[in-house]
Design a protein around this ligand. Structure first.
Ligand SMILES: C[S@@+](CC[C@H](N)C(=O)[O-])C[C@H]1O[C@@H](n2cnc3c(N)ncnc32)[C@H](O)[C@@H]1O
Length: 263
């Protein structure tokens, strides 16, 4: 009987993958991969002879194709392998379920058809970010959004916490056919954010290194300069708090404590 496991390779070649996830890849009948970094892709290819790279499902040079169609085709290919009784593994970079829709869709579909399907946890860009930038998200809390979703919906950020905007290089791109935003859209995002953050507020463009020999990119710029910043598909925007945490006196009174009790 076929089965399906999604695993994550982490962000750095070979060193970030869990022992269990590597084992699943080695023992699979077929391994689908979406690991954009070529060294990491070659490394996975060395673990199993039956690899299917999902990258060609994306629009090719000169082609206009919605990523929605791409994801449907990827899921269909994966589910076909499960239906053909194959022990199927799909390896995505980072964490396979973090800002990655095909894993959630394919697992739900496989389970609906009665197959065993699950996801292994892995090291995401966010896990690397806390380590590289030296932030403990427990200190004041954190919020994370896909940048375009943040723009299209009425999300209300809490400026006392860290705010992460994923896929910042696609901010405001609604057609799902292009792979980059532009400075006009980023200017609209800056205006939106200025409701909570001063234009001079320091923000960070973060890119984890995908090889151990490289350094991460941690560029600190002013919010107002975002439209002119160099953004890549791997950039994540970090907006540090602009305000101090405020005591919730009402709740604290109910608990019978005062700010002084917190030391
Ligand atoms: C489609 S999501 C995939 C996330 C991935 N599943 C993970 O667990 O990190 C792509 C977004 O993840 C973030 N990302 C991916 N690689 C990154 C890197 N090397 N450094 C920082 N952020 C990264 C960026 O926000 C990027 O636009």
């Amino acid at each position: 009987m076929g089965s399906l496991v999604f695993v994550g390779t982490g962000l750095q070649l070979a060193g970030h993958i869990s022992v269990r996830s590597k084992d699943y890849i080695e023992k699979a009948d077929v391994v689908f991969t979406l690991v954009p970094e070529s060294n990491a892709q070659h490394w996975v290819e060395g673990l199993n002879d039956n690899i299917v790279d999902l990258q060609p499902f994306y629009a090719q040079e000169g082609e206009i194709k919605s990523r929605r169609d791409t994801y449907k085709e990827m899921v269909a290919a994966i589910i076909d392998a499960v239906r053909a009784d194959k022990k199927t593994v799909c390896a995505l970079y980072g964490h396979p379920g973090v800002f990655a829709c095909i894993s959630h869709i394919a697992i739900a579909q496989a389970k609906k058809e009665g197959f065993n399907a699950h996801m292994e946890p892995a090291i995401s860009a966010e896990a690397c970010l806390w380590a590289d930038v030296g932030i403990d998200p427990g200190k004041s809390g954190n919020q994370g959004y896909e940048a375009s979703q943040f723009m299209f919906f009425k999300h209300i950020p809490d400026p006392t916490t860290y705010l992460l905007l994923w896929q910042i290089s696609l901010a405001g791109e609604h057609t799902l056919t292009k792979f980059h935003t532009d400075s006009d859209r980023l200017q609209i995002l800056v205006e939106q954010l200025s409701e909570w953050y001063p234009l001079e507020h320091e923000i960070i463009i973060y890119e984890a290194a995908n090889l151990p020999v490289f350094e991460p990119r941690i560029d600190r710029i002013k919010l107002q300069d975002l439209p002119y910043a160099k953004l890549n598909h791997i950039s994540t925007l970090v907006i540090p708090p602009s305000k101090k945490l405020e005591y919730n006196i009402e709740v604290m009174e109910k608990l019978g404590i005062t700010p002084e009790d917190l030391g």
